[in-house]
Write a protein that binds this ligand. Structure first.
Ligand code: NAP
Length: 254
């Protein structure tokens, strides 16, 4: 008999920054286990969002694309309300949209710092708020925030990025304990280096460093991050909340 505790039939999942990389993989994986997926991303990426939706529909699921710039806080609640009006519920939120600025901390500008925090941390919080406003009055829900393995294993020249991801982990724990009695589970996933457009510019030296440093000796594939996200969205993880699940090939264990 099939184990339904990993399925999301009848649930609606919202994924931010879902046009490529880990967000795309999360959207596809959620669609595969039966969720209806709101595939959201920047307006100028609508062709990519539509393609993700088409792939989900071809695989037998249902998805719709929505424009959402998570750094534009005034647009978040109206967009979530629009998703609700179109899809009927919001049961799962994956806060995946993220940006990074690499460079010496002595040279980071205020605008670079603000941009990274606005997308990664502020955007994540206000998407949590918009989703929880619905979940708290409709049987709860699941929120999964994409943090980073670097929260526990820092690297130089990534101050704005790692600070934002550390903030996401602290936010995850805070919202988990605040919203537990409303049936909302809030967890984070901490990917290690993963093959996505964000890391596509890594040169051979960086790739060799990953190979030498990572116990599994390679970058992850986006689907290897998406599957644990599905687990945290599913009934199978009903007792887990406030957790930062490392998905890093053993990096932080070594
Ligand atoms: P990616 O390929 O650059 O994808 C990030 C997505 O977020 C892109 O589609 C991007 O759109 C979108 N985005 C950027 N700003 C946005 C905004 N203001 N509103 C909505 N969407 C926005 O990166 P990725 O590697 O898949 O990363 C996904 C998440 O995993 C990020 O939170 C990242 O920090 C985290 N992560 C990645 C790695 C890794 O090694 N790849 C490791 C640890 C954590 P545009 O491309 O149009 O800007």
């Amino acid at each position: 008999m099939a184990d339904d505790s990993f399925r999301l039939d009848g649930k609606v999942a919202v994924v931010t920054g879902a046009g490529q990389g880990i967000g795309q993989a999360c959207a596809l994986a959620l669609g595969r286990v039966g969720a209806t997926v709101a595939v959201t991303g920047l307006n100028n990426r609508f062709a990519d969002l539509d393609k993700v939706c088409a792939d989900i529909v071809t695989a037998g699921g249902w998805a719709e694309a929505f424009a959402l710039d998570v750094s534009d806080v005034s647009s978040i609640k109206p967009t979530f309300d629009f998703i609700l009006s179109k899809l009927g519920s919001i049961d799962v939120l994956v806060n995946n949209a993220g940006v990074r600025v690499n460079g010496p901390s002595l040279g980071i500008s205020e605008s670079e710092w603000d941009w990274v925090q606005a997308v990664n941390l502020k955007g994540t919080f206000f998407c949590c708020q918009a989703a929880a406003a619905h979940m708290s009055t409709h049987d709860g829900g699941r929120i999964i925030n994409i943090a980073s393995q670097m929260v526990d294993s820092a690297a130089p020249e990534r101050a704005a990025y790692i600070a934002s991801k550390g903030g996401i982990v602290a936010l995850t724990k805070t919202l988990a304990v605040e919203w537990a009695h409303q049936g909302i589970q809030v967890n984070a996933v901490g990917p290690g280096p993963t093959n996505t457009p964000m890391t596509a510019s890594a040169d051979s030296t960086a790739s060799a460093q990953v190979q030498a440093r990572s116990p599994i000796g390679r970058r992850l594939e986006p689907s290897e991050v998406a599957n644990p996200v599905v687990f945290l969205a599913s009934p199978a993880s009903g007792a887990i909340t406030g957790h930062h699940l490392m998905v890093d090939g053993g990096w932080t264990a070594s």
